[in-house]
Write a protein that binds this ligand. Structure first.
Ligand code: SAM
Length: 173
């Protein structure tokens, strides 16, 4: 399955770290790309630098118009899962979503416009309590891959962690 993430909105200052984390979680949990609105170029530079160091292929694209991206995705035959506390519980929705081929996962940084709910093929809740787009994204992507994503190797980086019970082991290539 091909997975990309679209994050709608960005609250200046409060969101600098949160924004970077949304991108890093997308990358680490198996998405190939994140689209973001209203962010600083420095966030992209940070995320690109992580990719160079730790490998894999991941792209952050800064966009102006999220609706254009979402509509183009659907026009190409892709499906959309919008993460919201008001949606259907992920436990009930995930087996159907896993059968899709191309999936765009929408998360919000603030109140998400009505159109996102309407454009979505699935409105999915990671529980019906308010929490965080990063937590919702991590749990959703983990459920999507059934945990297998955590075993994936990221090819081509300069550094690789050698898992160990104690301490830090890092291999340089
Ligand atoms: N009222 C919002 C909602 O619809 O989920 C909570 C806003 S929260 C500050 C920002 C984003 O976190 C939301 O747009 C949504 O993507 C995500 N989020 C928060 N809680 C969630 C939950 N329980 N399930 C799925 N997504 C959630």
């Amino acid at each position: 399955m091909r997975v990309q993430v679209l994050r709608i909105g960005h609250r200046l200052v409060r969101d600098d770290r949160v924004t970077t984390h949304a991108a890093l979680v997308s990358r680490a949990f198996g998405a190939e790309k994140i689209y973001m609105t209203g962010i600083d170029q420095s966030v992209k530079e940070t995320v690109d630098a992580v990719g160079k160091r730790w490998g894999g292929r991941f792209e952050l694209e800064i966009i102006d118009d999220w609706k254009k991206v979402a509509r183009a995705w659907k026009k190409d035959g892709g499906k959309i899962a919008h993460l919201t506390m008001y949606g259907v519980n992920v436990n009930d929705a995930i087996s159907k979503i896993r059968k899709e081929k191309d999936l765009l996962v929408i998360i919000g940084a603030e109140k998400v416009p009505r159109e996102a709910y309407d454009l979505a093929d699935y409105n999915v809740a990671v529980g019906s309590q308010p929490h965080s787009e990063i937590a919702a994204l991590a749990v959703f992507l983990d459920r999507l891959s059934g945990g297998r994503q955590l075993e994936k190797a990221f090819e081509g980086g300069r550094l690789r962690v050698v898992p160990s019970e104690r301490g830090k082991r890092v291999e340089e290539r």
